[in-house]
Design a protein around this ligand. Structure first.
Ligand code: ADP
Length: 538
């Protein structure tokens, strides 16, 4: 009866014990995965310039899985193995300290073999993770640009690259399996040898009358029990050492603190957050900034650059490609900090304000309109919460109407609830841009940034987008900074700024600059000539 009771109790305890360990390891993985994703999200834009997204995804999957594998698989047996090891050890020494000393001398080489294997295996695991990350990167790039891959008929070459990195990872796995097998065989023989030695010297002790046969048999039972636990713990240590390869990558991300720290800076007064409020303001002063991208430090993009953008005015940045116009937009959004100089908003330096709140003052329409695999409504209201009353459906419709998007949205089967596919690939370029403009209408930002918003579109779409943008500029009393290739779109700007090699070459209204007969005037006449040529060709 006692035996039955003890067995039932043991069953219950071990079930509870393993359930607790499974729960702990799952919760740990859940927590680490969340923290890790948060860490990825808060990195500076410069960090993403240097790290491919596929590799970052590897941190959340392969690296984390490897790091967690020993915790999930064998940590639950740690305590029982430790207890058996300590108990067995005490019993062995109590039974015969002489035999125990001998046996423990033999354990040294076994430990050494496993330690060497663990170090070697950790290197292999590191190599394998880097191949997996490369494979992830190849796959995510191919999926992101699937149309280009197909248009150039590159499926086979992409597949080849993917499978060759996979093969490399597999080779690491095969080498590791062989290493593990050989180490197991070697240590198995050493273990067997230890057993034989125990039997031989134990036999001698029995022969000399220093030990009874019963004690020797009991000793062997304890030894085997302890040895089993020791082997299990050794396996656990080896798998922890391997998992350190994943942990190194995971924790390097944990430790990386972004230069633009989201927690720093003061709160921005909420009344100044939207153009609809009386907060006024929106003046930007760029003061003597110098800037280069971290990935290309030799390419100085802006040098001692200064520009004042008065509140409520529209400034157009024009000039040759590569002159630094988009970089100014990125600096205004504080995606990067200038290496020298500073940017002020309404007299306050950028770093003195919380970066998230600062960015919420802006509304951006870029050439590469970034839409999500969500419905039209969710895309227009991206970042706003309906449940918190941050917007109503009617606001979305109104924004779409202002952006000349309502009509085509209504023509779609599910209207505002139509899902527009990844990166909005189920609608045209012009429609994507108008949705992006509707997004800005809904947000009512204090400052609007338009980056070459119409250059990639055909004439008809350009007109629709152009109308939507003009409406946006007219309706809002926001400060507008626009980068445009089409000179016709910048004509009505309050001030036009000609930028080249990171310097302001000319600034003034369209008429002033044309009368000045400088670079802008020559750009205008070249443009007119090009149009004339096209007209004649037509
Ligand atoms: P523009 O908008 O006037 O065409 P950009 O501001 O895009 O010019 O680019 C200015 C310079 O900075 C160019 O030499 C360009 O190659 C470089 N550049 C742009 N973006 C990056 C980046 N993320 N990393 C490194 N260099 C960049």
């Amino acid at each position: 009866m006692i035996y039955l009771f003890v067995m039932l109790l043991q069953g219950a305890i071990s079930t509870l014990y393993s359930a607790i360990f499974t729960l702990i390891s799952r919760r740990l993985k859940f927590t680490i995965r969340n923290i890790l994703f948060e860490k990825i999200l808060i990195q500076d834009v410069a960090y993403y310039d240097g790290t491919e997204s596929g590799r970052l995804l590897s941190r959340l999957t392969n690296d984390l899985d490897l790091m967690m594998s020993p915790i999930q698989s064998s940590l639950s047996s740690l305590l029982s193995n430790l207890l058996i090891l300590v108990g067995g050890l005490i019993m062995c020494f109590l039974k015969s300290y002489k035999l125990s000393m001998l046996a423990f001398v033999c354990i040294g080489p076994i430990s050494y073999c496993w330690e060497q294997y663990a170090i070697w295996s950790k290197g292999l695991a590191r190599e394998m993770l880097s191949y997996w990350a490369e494979g992830n990167s190849i796959a995510s790039q191919a999926l992101m640009h699937i149309r280009t891959v197909k248009a150039f008929g590159c499926e086979e070459s992409v597949m080849e690259k993917y499978s060759s990195t996979n093969q490399m990872a597999l080779n690491c796995g095969i080498r590791d399996a062989w290493g593990n097998g050989i180490t197991s065989a070697l240590t198995g023989y050493l273990d067997l040898g230890t057993g034989v030695l125990i039997l031989y010297f134990g036999g001698l002790l029995v022969y000399r009358g220093e030990m009874s046969v019963g004690d020797l048999v009991t000793y062997q039972l304890f030894w085997n029990m302890m040895n089993n636990s020791y082997q299990n713990l050794q396996g656990l240590i080896t798998s922890f050492t391997r998992s350190a390869a994943g942990a190194e990558k995971v924790f390097s991300l944990f430790d990386s603190i972004p230069d633009i720290d989201p927690s720093k800076g003061n709160d921005i007064d909420p009344t100044t957050l939207s153009m609809g409020s009386d907060g006024g303001g929106g003046q930007i002063e760029i003061q003597n900034i110098s800037f280069y991208y971290q990935m290309r430090p030799d390419n100085i993009v802006l040098e001692d650059f200064s520009l004042t953008i008065p509140a409520g005015k529209t400034i157009a940045l024009v000039g040759r490609s590569g002159g630094g116009k988009s970089t100014i937009i990125q600096l205004l959004l504080r995606f990067y900090d200038p290496k020298q100089g500073c940017i002020l908003l309404d007299g306050k330096p950028y770093p003195s304000m919380k970066v998230h709140q600062l960015r919420r003052l802006f509304g951006v329409v870029t050439q590469e309109t970034e839409l999500f695999a969500l419905t039209v409504e969710e895309n227009i209201a991206y970042g706003l919460n309906k449940d918190n009353g941050e917007y109503k459906f009617e606001d979305v419709v109104e924004a779409a109407k202002n952006a000349y998007a309502h009509e085509f949205i209504c023509e779609m089967k599910d209207g505002y609830q139509t899902r527009i596919g990844e990166r909005g690939n189920r609608i045209s370029g012009g429609q994507r841009q108008r949705i992006a403009i509707a997004r800005v209408f809904l947000r009512k930002p204090k400052i609007i940034l338009l980056d070459e918003a119409t250059s990639a579109l055909d004439e008809n779409s350009q007109e629709a987008v152009h109308n939507a943008l003009s409406n946006l500029i007219k309706e809002s009393n926001a400060t507008v900074v626009m980068v445009a290739h089409r000179l016709s779109t910048v004509k009505n700007a309050d001030s036009i700024c000609v930028i080249d090699k990171g310097q302001v070459l000319e600034q003034g209204t369209h008429d002033e600059l044309v009368n000045k007969n400088g670079i802008y005037a020559s750009m205008v006449s070249k443009n007119a000539q090009k149009k004339g040529d096209m007209g004649r060709a037509g």
